[in-house]
Write a protein that binds this ligand. Structure first.
Ligand code: HSE
Length: 434
């Protein structure tokens, strides 16, 4: 069989992981793919001490790879959405297949890139873009092809999960843990992408496209980060039988599709509530199969490199298939990928955790309960702590029933306007994931 020649653009954490795997496991990878897969060029601005490139041809110019007539598959692991987009479109124009780990690129420009690839008859593979080493894209696109996906919920940012886990287990500060995640190579170049939910939003839109057959709608995801969570919320959530996780949620409802990323209380008995550290997990509910859970390392050199190499093998295996007989990028034939209404967050319905600081005097609780009941919101559980000596305020924690966001927002505004409430109400959404 014809050899498959690979050019790698980028030698950061993921690129070095992919090169190391392709070098170390070459015999087995060739045996699995049925052809000789060889790296014929690597382009990187600088060397990476974690990767021995001595046997390879190395250039500083990534576009040399895109223009190299001998390269069959270009691996884009430079990140970003400007140069990376130009590189990928150039390589596609030159008839190369693309393997990428770039979730921002796919989330923002995937529709355009897929159209260009379709016109040129080449493949774009992006397993490494979501949940690092977990083959979640293959699972949804192929393994669950029989199912109408009802919803999915994922811990899809390892850095955020690592921070929440360390804060809960060790009482460490947010900044301290973030620094460690950066040193370990988990965090994005701009760590606000991790802690503000942007990275998870990129991954969620990719999963939602695969699950629901919609184009990539990155601008329609509701995104809330983890920066406002306090150790007190983590503790109260535990007292109520919940863990706080930053979830990306996609759900098909009668009114439209929900796309949201935010901290979420999940019952502690759910398996996904026990996914800790940098690990990722995605729960997918199909109408035929029921709930299925996919778990593994969500970041890091070799886990993400594993997905890159898996895609290279996949592309190599399908090179002899006519483009129209290959697995479609989003798992639906391109003629069947169609817009569906995406729900505004105001129309989403979910249960909620509310924490507020209230004056410790008679009648306060009844005023809050009245506001909630007048809005048709029922209280499912409550914790009220005793006042500490010398303090006039006490924390009050409530769990509500499932309620429409805009109704809850109005009730929170009324509660915050009470004289007996100090500061803002802390609100965290709750999902039972049944
Ligand atoms: N910054 C990402 C994370 C890396 O922490 O999950 C993998 O996409």
């Amino acid at each position: 069989m014809k050899p498959v020649r690979v050019g790698i653009c980028g030698l950061g954490t993921v690129g070095s992981g992919a090169v190391n795997i392709l070098t170390r496991n070459k015999d087995m990878i060739n045996a699995r793919s049925g052809c000789d897969i060889s790296i014929i060029q690597i382009a990187a601005r600088r060397d990476n001490p974690n990767c021995n490139t001595s046997g390879y041809k190395v250039t500083r110019d990534i576009f040399e790879v895109a223009n190299n007539p001998d390269v069959d598959i270009l691996v884009e692991v430079i990140g970003g959405t400007t140069v990376a987009k130009d590189l990928v479109l150039k390589a596609i124009a030159n008839g190369k297949h693309i393997v990428t780990a770039n979730k921002a690129l796919i989330a923002h420009h995937g529709n355009e890139i897929f159209a260009a690839a379709k016109a040129r008859g080449v493949t774009v593979a992006f397993e490494a873009a979501v949940a690092g080493g977990i083959p979640i894209i293959k699972a949804i696109r192929e393994g669950l092809a029989a199912n109408r996906i009802e919803w999915l919920a994922g811990i899809i940012n390892g850095t955020g999960n690592f921070i929440l886990t360390e804060m809960r287990d060790k009482g460490r500060s947010f900044d301290d843990v973030l620094k460690e995640a950066q040193a370990l190579g988990y965090a994005e170049a701009d760590p606000t992408f991790d802690v503000e939910g942007i990275d998870a939003a990129h991954k969620l839109v990719i999963l939602a496209s695969l699950a629901f057959g919609i184009p990539l709608n990155v601008d329609k995801v509701f995104t809330e980060g983890i920066t406002k969570l306090t150790p007190a919320d983590v503790t109260y959530a535990e007292e109520l039988g919940y863990r706080i996780k930053n979830l990306g949620i996609g759900r098909r409802t009668a009114k439209g599709i929900e796309l949201r990323v935010h901290p979420t209380l999940i019952p502690e008995k759910r398996l996904i509530a026990n996914v800790d550290g940098v690990m990722n997990a995605v729960l997918v509910k199909g109408d035929a199969v029921g709930p299925t859970l996919y778990y593994g390392a969500g970041a890091g050199a070799e886990p993400t490199g594993s997905s890159i190499v898996g895609d290279i093998v996949d592309v190599a295996r399908t090179l002899t298939a006519a483009p129209e007989n290959r697995v479609p990028y989003l798992g639906f034939g391109s003629d069947f990928v169609a817009e569906q209404p995406i729900l505004s967050i105001d129309d989403v319905e979910c249960a909620n955790y509310l924490r507020m600081s209230v004056l410790d005097k008679p009648g306060v609780l009844s005023k809050i309960a009245t506001i909630l009941s007048d809005s048709g919101i029922s209280i499912e559980a409550m914790i009220q702590k005793e006042a500490k000596e010398g303090e006039s305020n006490v924390p009050l924690i409530l769990l509500t029933n499932i309620v429409q966001e805009k109704k809850l927002a109005a009730a929170i505004r009324s509660i915050e306007s009470l004289d007996s409430i100090s500061g803002k109400v802390q609100r965290i959404r709750v999902e039972s994931l049944k």
